[in-house]
Design a protein around this ligand. Structure first.
Ligand code: TYD
Length: 207
């Protein structure tokens, strides 16, 4: 099974990825965790380029193509071989991030972004995607706990950008049955319960 997590920055995805991993391992499942951008040697180098705050002159199309290049490498090198072995693959972000951030957020034509993503992920379509939804106000609240220096190139974006990205995710949710919207303001335990409930609906893993 291939599971992806999506949401605005600071929505709590990484915590939920960890909890789900522990849950599956306890049930003797083989699990592979990946994060995007990154996950292979080449993809990690692309990640550094993308998140480096010195690269503030990066053109949105360059950004989209770099995220996508990193993804292609990950799909072919890690995701498809792992799925073929029967491993549960969990990705902290995937192609929906490019549709939401570069398509809806940066305003790149969706008629280009969506087919590009479909082409890039061929053979690795997620079975289920959890969208941890938090309002932009909450992103700001959580961001305030960090210093400016701790924020990467994308995280220093303005509210309008985050509003567009969130709206983008909600549009994807209208179209994609695999998309499960989870209220990211709920407690960590409550969110985890909802996630395993959905996973069990797809594949009975047992308790
Ligand atoms: P990261 O530090 O991994 O953030 P998070 O923990 O929130 O996932 O940085 C990834 C950043 O890149 C994040 O701000 C979202 C952004 N991003 C895109 O804009 N497009 C993409 O396709 C992906 C995968 C990420």
């Amino acid at each position: 099974m291939f599971i992806t997590f999506e949401g605005l920055d600071f929505c709590g995805k990484s915590t939920q990825v960890e909890l789900l991993k522990e849950y599956l391992i306890k049930r003797n499942k083989a699990v592979k965790i990946i994060r995007e951008p990154g996950g292979t040697k080449i993809s990690e180098k692309i990640r550094d380029l993308l998140l480096d705050r010195d690269n503030n002159e990066m053109i949105p199309l360059t950004e989209l193509l770099l995220f996508t290049a990193s993804r292609v490498q990950l799909v072919k090198q890690i995701i498809i071989p792992s799925i073929e072995k029967g491993t549960f693959v969990i990705s902290d972000r995937f192609h929906d991030s490019s549709i939401a951030y570069q398509g809806y957020g940066r305003g790149i034509d969706l008629d280009f972004v969506i087919p590009l993503q479909n082409f890039a992920i061929k053979g690795a379509e997620p079975d289920i995607t959890f969208f941890l939804d938090i309002p932009v106000q909450e992103v700001n609240k959580r961001k305030r706990k960090l210093t400016q220096q701790q924020l990467d190139r994308i995280e220093i974006s303005k509210n309008k950008f985050y509003e567009d990205v969130r709206m983008g995710y909600l549009k994807i949710a209208e179209k994609e049955k695999r998309f499960k919207i989870i209220n990211g303001l709920n407690s960590i335990e409550e969110i985890h319960k909802q996630i395993i409930n959905e996973i069990n609906k797809l594949e009975n893993i047992g308790s």
